[in-house]
Design a protein. Structure first.
Lengths: 488, 483, 98
């Protein structure tokens, strides 16, 4: 185990009196001041609000009013979750200056849990991208090598945890947008079962795929963050009713007897050798630690990426229609309403967002619906059927999170299709709605982090965390980027 | 040889439901609120907000569907209908596409232009905000800008679509009135055309008589009364026939009814067809309406207007009067039923209610519910007339007094000295006085000019301030003549 | 199979005003992506029901209850608008063909 500061350690230290939330928060803010000019993880850093919240947390904890595992813990939010009174932009010019009049359910739950919200983090505009380069406010850089991308779209949130300018962060994962940047920045990133965490107040990219999930330094910390934000929300009709599974039920139980499926289709030739080697090594050690490993074939995986790049843009084309310059956001004037809207949207959206809106509009339009969108929904059924069949035989599925480690800025921006291919391993869990997690397991020869992905069936979080924690302890990954500030 | 054109008409009706809260959020449904004061993140389409459907709206649409003899779909979902419009906050409307709550029903229309009108579907959706077009002559075509109020955004809306089976403008109007009566009887909407809580659009095409294919259809909007609906449709049918007779072609478009000019005018020319890019609403989960739910709603259905009309006719009301009462506001129907239960004669109660009471309320601009008139007042009033205790004309004055809160009909008649005088002795003097004041006329009457009886009765009524019983007066006159 | 897209029509449907050069570039990229995505058409999906939602949930409703606490004050609502007049949002005139 690393000696780095974690949510669990800090929480214990605050309760035994050896640490205050103000000290912890100041350390995070200091890390931000030391790293931001190089990584640009934050769009809005709420220094004042964070310190006030920290003071409040200290006095509450001092008075014995314990609000749980995140009380006094600095947490950063991806800037696609609305925060009452704090600018929320989705990294888009169209929303630059927008101050929401309400907060997302996850934000309310963090506040009720006494968390210290440090600020809003950078993302690919409207969460559309895999590198955090498609931000209207400039890219976020990878702290392991600032010439490289941190992954995306939740790159800002991933980097805050990697450099210690927050102890945990929330991202949103539509096609891998939490897991892939976690993999590229050497932190834990988790996508819960669809519907476990409320989407109310998450500015949607693709409604049937989006799910908010935590970035943390350890698997146990991810359990803590998820336990605060998970649970039924009457304001989200897609939220799962009933109680949340006991998330930490599997922690500490190891791998004995756990049935692990290695997905054949995720052992692709295009995957970088270092990534394949690291993943194979972990699987070997899992077996040595009592796991029953078998190869599993999921033929429909080959088609998942194609289905995703029809379904997600289709939903996005409608979700982003509301940005029209009428009620909020920025406007470019026009001679009539249609003209005003068309100019506003052309000016307000970046090229990648426009591309996806056009793709989605086309896929849904008359004459093309059945061949594209309709067929994609059927392929989605097949992906699900393959996964359901696999989970009859195994408890979890494993493989790499991303086929590559962090790539250089600009390497994939010219060709959208190559960028899209980076999500090939993460997308199936979004199509099926299943939970999945990326755990850092090592560095490649260039010193860049490698992520290992574990997937589980719907509401299989307890097993997912059990296996992820075992992987974490096998890998014993405890390195930090040189840039990282030291948290108190 | 000229072609005989046959109109093919379908109606789309939007009805605003009278729920407490909006379709997908907890904002109140309040049409009297100040502009932009009843909105929230959901109905204003703010980034991140999500819709959650109102269960009671689904109950209500099921009521409508069942009343229109539709089948209720066990599996139904919402769709997004995509189009950009400034008063549509999300730039998509949450509506239903191929899986509406209700399908395949009919509504039977009575009367000359009657018949069965097939209902294709009844689906649930949400209303838009309101645009006020400013500048120019106030019409959308010449406006300089628009001002938007989103209070109405998200109000539950039910759309009822007929099959293209309506064969005349008169039948369209009869359908509209009957549909409205059904909606009102269900208690799901006040369905006021003038206030927009019920709105009709017509799809019209014509084809050579006997043809089985459909012609190009034109959509007619802005029909703000049942009368203008009939006029607009009739006009459009003739217009289309003329265009075709002249060798022209019908353009698929939306036309607006201009009430003053009595014509339909071209509105928006559609580029062939609209591409709404319907797809299933991913922010909501499917609805499953099981038999138990359907049975519960079926059990809550009130008597429908057609059944009610038949029952009223059984009580002795004429066809027209039965329809008039059955199609009235719920308070009036309730008062009618109550008064009949309390022993009032059904035809008399109906006459008074639909005649004098409605007229008096209209004059005073009061609603029946807010007026001082009670069921027992009405029964008493009708009884006083029938027992000749007051005259019909006096009864009108009594009603006015009751509505003004002066008390019961008996009390008002007493206080205003309107009790009818039918005692022959008391009237004898008045008759004598009138005869002596009009000797010439009496001479002619005596000479056999019988129609002058009416003149003398009238004079006596005048003299007695309307209190004399006319039957007794004419008896007295005849007695004098035969002397 | 090359995909033929009327990209100008699609952009009009999406209410995005693009220059000819932008249209050409987006058209090219979209065609590339759709060609790749057309892979879905190769799969035999005979008899397969579409999945539009990842979970088998049904009947998520709310009661017909007003929640005054969520209603926004008018000044808050209008405060974020690009243009207001009096108590309304203001927009340019609507065209007839909308
Ligand atoms: Mg409609
Ligand atoms: Zn609302």
């Amino acid at each position: 185990m690393s000696a780095r500061q974690t949510i669990r350690r800090a929480a214990a230290a605050m309760r035994d009196g050896s640490l205050t939330s103000v000290e912890l928060t100041r350390a995070a803010l200091k890390a931000a001041s030391m790293t931001e000019s190089q990584v640009h993880a934050y769009l809005t850093l709420d220094t004042e609000g964070a310190l006030q919240a920290a003071e409040m947390a200290d006095s509450e904890l001092g008075a014995g009013d314990d609000r749980g595992p995140l009380h006094g813990i600095p947490i950063a939010l991806k800037d696609n979750m609305v925060t009452k009174g704090i600018e929320t932009t989705c990294s888009s010019r169209i929303l630059s200056g927008y101050v929401p009049p309400y907060s997302a359910t996850v934000v309310e739950r963090l506040e009720e849990g006494g968390a210290v919200i440090t600020g809003k983090t950078n993302l690919d505009e409207f969460a559309m991208g895999s590198s955090t380069e498609h931000s209207a406010f400039g890219p976020t850089r990878n702290p392991w090598d600032t010439d490289r991308v941190p992954g995306g779209s939740s790159g800002g949130s991933a980097v805050t945890v990697a450099v210690g300018s927050a102890l945990g962060a929330l991202g949103s994962d539509t096609g891998g947008s939490v897991r892939q940047p976690a993999s590229l920045t050497g932190v834990v990133g988790m996508k819960p079962t669809y519907g476990l965490v409320s989407r109310y107040g998450l500015i949607p990219f693709a409604s049937s795929l989006d799910q908010i999930g935590p970035f943390t330094r350890t698997v146990a910390d991810a359990v803590d963050v998820l336990s605060v934000i998970a649970g039924h929300d009457p304001h989200d009709a897609t939220s799962i009713p009933g109680s949340v599974p006991n998330l930490d039920a599997g922690l500490g139980r190891g791998l004995d007897g756990v049935k692990v499926g290695v997905v054949s289709e995720m052992q692709r030739d295009e995957t970088e050798p270092a990534v394949r080697g690291a993943v194979a090594n972990i699987i070997e050690q899992m077996e040595a630690n009592g796991a029953k490993v078998q190869e599993v074939s999921l033929p429909s995986f080959e088609y998942a990426l194609s289905a995703y790049y029809l379904i997600a843009p289709a939903e996005a084309s409608a979700n982003l229609a509301r940005f029209d310059g009428v009620r909020y956001g920025n406007r470019v004037d026009g001679a009539n309403v249609a003209d005003m809207m068309s100019k506003t949207r052309a000016d307000g959206f970046g090229a990648e967002v426009i591309r996806r809106i056009l793709l989605g509009t086309y896929a849904l339009s008359a004459g093309h619906f059945d061949a594209f969108y309709g067929q994609a929904l059927k392929v989605r059924s097949l992906v699900r059927r393959d996964l359901d069949a696999a989970y009859e035989d195994v408890d979890v599925l494993v493989g790499p999170t991303s086929p590559t480690t962090a790539f250089e800025l600009g390497a994939k921006t010219a060709d959208p299709l190559t960028m899209y291919l980076t999500d090939v391993f993460t997308i199936p869990a979004n199509l099926s709605g299943h939970p999945a997690i990326s755990v850092p397991v090592g560095l490649d020869e260039a010193g860049l982090p490698i992520g290992f992905q574990v997937m589980a069936p719907a509401l299989g979080e307890p097993t997912l965390f059990q296996v992820a924690e075992a992987v974490e302890s096998i890998a014993a990954f405890d390195q930090e980027p040189e840039l990282a500030g030291s948290l108190a | 040889m000229t072609t005989t054109w046959e109109p093919v008409i379908g109606l789309e009706t939007h009805v605003e439901l009278e729920t407490e809260s909006k379709m997908f959020c907890g904002c109140p449904v309040d049409f009297n609120a100040e502009p932009n004061t009843v909105t929230c993140p959901v109905c204003l389409g703010l980034p991140g907000a999500l819709p959650v459907p109102n269960r009671r709206a689904i109950d209500m649409i099921m009521k409508i569907g069942l009343a229109l003899n539709c089948s209720i779909s066990e599996h139904t979902i919402f769709h997004r209908k995509n189009y950009f419009y400034a008063d549509l906050p999300k730039n998509y409307q949450i509506s239903q596409f191929d899986l509406p709550v209700c399908e395949e029903g009919f509504l039977d229309i009575e009367g000359e232009a009657g018949g069965r009108v097939g209902i294709e579907r009844v689906h649930q959706e949400e209303d838009t905000g309101k645009s006020n077009h400013m500048g120019g002559d106030g019409r959308i075509t010449s406006a300089e800008y628009s001002l938007l109020d989103f209070n109405r955004s998200g109000v539950p809306l039910v759309e009822i679509v007929t099959k293209p089976e309506i064969r005349s403008a008169t039948q369209a109007r009869a359908y509209g009135l009957e549909l409205r009566a059904v909606i009102v009887s269900l208690g799901v909407s006040d369905a006021k055309l003038e206030e927009g809580s019920i709105r009709f659009d017509a799809n019209i095409s014509v084809r050579p008589k006997g043809a089985t294919t459909l012609g190009t259809k034109v959509e007619i909007k802005n029909m703000n009364s049942y009368r203008s609906m009939e006029r607009a449709i009739a006009h459009e049918v003739i217009r289309q026939a003329q265009v075709l007779d002249d060798g022209g072609r019908i353009v698929q478009e939306t036309r607006h009814w201009d009430e003053d000019a009595g014509v339909t005018r071209s509105g928006r020319v559609k580029e062939g067809f609209s591409d709404y890019r319907f797809f299933s609403e991913p922010d909501m989960v499917p609805m499953v309406i099981d038999q138990e739910w359907q049975d519960r709603i079926a059990g809550e259905l009130p008597e429908l207007p057609s059944d009610r009309r038949k029952r009223y006719q059984g009580m002795g009301l004429g066809e027209y009067q039965a329809a008039l009462v059955a199609g009235s506001e719920p308070e009036l129907v309730q008062m009618f039923e109550g008064a009949v239960d309390a022993g009032g004669s059904p035809p008399s109660v109906a006459n008074w209610l639909t005649g004098e009471v409605v007229a008096a309320l209209r004059r005073s601009d009061h609603s029946l519910a807010a007026s001082a008139l009670t069921i027992s007042h009405l029964v008493e009033l009708v009884g006083l007339v029938e027992s000749s205790t007051i005259s019909t004309s006096a009864a009108k004055a009594v009603l006015a007094g009751v509505l003004d809160g002066e008390g019961s009909p008996g009390e008002v008649a007493e206080a205003r000295d309107l009790l009818q005088v039918s005692d022959a002795g008391a009237l004898e003097a008045a008759v004598g006085q009138v005869i002596s004041e009009n000797p010439e006329e009496f001479e002619r009457l005596s000479g056999g000019e019988q129609k002058l009886i009416g003149f003398f009765v009238g004079q006596v009524m005048k003299l007695t301030g309307g209190k004399a019983d006319p039957k007794v007066v004419s008896g007295l006159l005849r007695a004098r003549l035969s002397d | 199979m090359p995909i033929d897209i009327d990209i100008a029509h699609v952009a009009r449907l999406a209410r995005i005003e693009l220059s000819d050069a932008e249209l050409a570039e987006h058209g090219r990229h979209c065609a590339d992506i759709l060609e790749h995505a057309a892979k879905v058409q190769a799969l035999d999906t005979e008899g397969i029901q579409p999945t539009s939602h990842p979970l088998p949930l049904v009947n998520a409703f709310r009661d017909d209850v007003v929640t005054p606490g969520r209603v926004l004050a008018r000044d808050v609502v209008l405060d974020q608008a690009p243009a207001v007049e009096d108590v309304y949002f203001r927009v340019p005139p609507a065209l007839e063909d909308e």
